[in-house]
Design a protein. Sequence first.
Length: 93
Amino acid sequence: MSFQLACPNCGPREVTDFGFGGEVHPRPASKPAPRELNAYLYFRRNPAGPQVEWWHHRAGCRAWFLAERDTRTNDVAWTALPADAPIDAASLA
């Protein structure tokens, strides 16, 4: 299913211009235990509904940004650069 995604720098584009970076979740502590690192790398919530995701504008400005997308309908509520996101960007670094 195709849909449009609005790059914060370039504006609305077809989703095929972008690369999906995965669900946003906080990084582990500076020196995580192997089990914690494994969970961070391989396990996701994968909810049916709204989730905040990383996207990369690979066919445009090449910026990484965040988007809140409903996984059931592909409706995008907002897109923003990490510094401008309406969520706590400090937990994303």
